[in-house]
Design a protein around this ligand. Structure first.
Ligand SMILES: O=C(O)/C=C(\CC(=O)C(=O)O)C(=O)O
Length: 291
């Protein structure tokens, strides 16, 4: 691996949709800067720098107020870049860490003080070398109070992961709805299986995010809108939304973040749904002290 990749739009458009006051972009990342925060030797992609100044400029351009920064796999279990971005946000960002499951209580407490409110378990083989379920469950049982687990998996392993998810003792947030095939439509097998998961316990949340990753028809991602809107309408208290900037690995189909933001009113068509998706739900998970 040698060439560093650029996976974000150089000048995203201004969205037509105006997010409500306090809106949270609850799924985004930072890359580097590499001279201060080197990428992991195990990284499966090597991006150009996409640091906090760029992220916060995008936040303002799109009309969001806050960010939840999810530690990206290219930084492995060294959360320094994400913590640095949170520290530069004037309280306007919180984070999700990726940890070695052997992490101790003191280090977890330090992550909490640095603004982390959850840990991410990534099951995508193209991104991580291994995902030890037993060790994940063990660390999930001793997280700081109020934390949750974010899980990233693809639809084909949902059933295999069900016993693991059943055993997680804290709330769960599923990245990108577990990557369903949205071309199957709202009642296709992938989204039906995902509804069964949501119905299995009340504290599973999801991100109705990444039309660019999930809808092969491309922008304006009509299949995504048709498949995902019913899910948001049926589970309005359990969804949070994010841009996914800087769109890791999307260098061959870089989305315009303004267009992504304009997906929001198509999947959450009322002001009440938009407020839950963008303000109330992420605030409960990441700024619980304000609720
Ligand atoms: O950013 C995402 O949500 C999706 C990713 C990257 C990722 O998760 C990571 O690098 O940690 C992907 O599908 O390549």
């Amino acid at each position: 691996m040698s060439d560093r990749i650029t996976s974000w739009h150089p000048s995203p458009g201004k969205p037509r949709f105006t997010p409500p006051p306090g809106a949270v972009d609850a799924h985004c990342h930072v890359f580097g800067p590499q001279d201060r925060f080197p990428f992991s030797p195990k990284a499966k992609y090597l991006p150009e720098d996409a640091g906090p100044e760029m992220l916060f400029a995008l936040r303002d351009h799109l009309g969001f107020s806050r960010n939840v920064i999810v530690q990206a796999s290219c930084h492995g279990t060294d959360n320094a870049a994400t913590l640095d971005a949170i520290a530069r946000s004037d309280g306007m960002a919180r984070g999700v860490a990726v940890v070695d499951p052997a992490i101790g209580a003191e280090e977890l407490a330090a992550l909490h003080a640095g603004g982390m409110r959850g840990i991410r378990f990534n099951f995508l083989k193209r991104l991580v070398d291994n995902a030890p379920k037993d060790r994940f469950l063990e660390v999930a049982s001793r997280l700081p109070a109020g934390w949750h687990v974010v899980i990233y998996f693809e639809a084909d392993i949902l059933e295999e992961l069900r016993p693991f998810m059943d055993a997680i003792p804290v709330p769960i947030v599923v990245d990108h709805m577990g990557r369903p095939d949205v071309t199957q439509g709202p009642d296709g097998p992938d989204l039906l299986a995902f509804r069964r998961l949501l119905d299995s316990r009340p504290d599973i949340h999801f991100k109705p995010t990444c039309p660019d990753r999930l809808d092969p028809s491309g922008d304006p991602w009509d299949a995504f809108a048709a498949a995902v809107r019913p899910l948001v309408e049926e589970y309005p208290d359990r969804c949070i939304w994010g841009t996914d900037w800087p769109h890791p690995n999307m260098q061959d189909a870089v989305p315009d973040d303004g267009h992504l933001t304009d997906m929001i009113p198509r999947i959450a068509p009322t002001e009440q749904l938009q407020r839950k998706l963008l303000v109330d739900n992420p605030r409960r998970l990441y700024w619980a002290e304000e609720v």
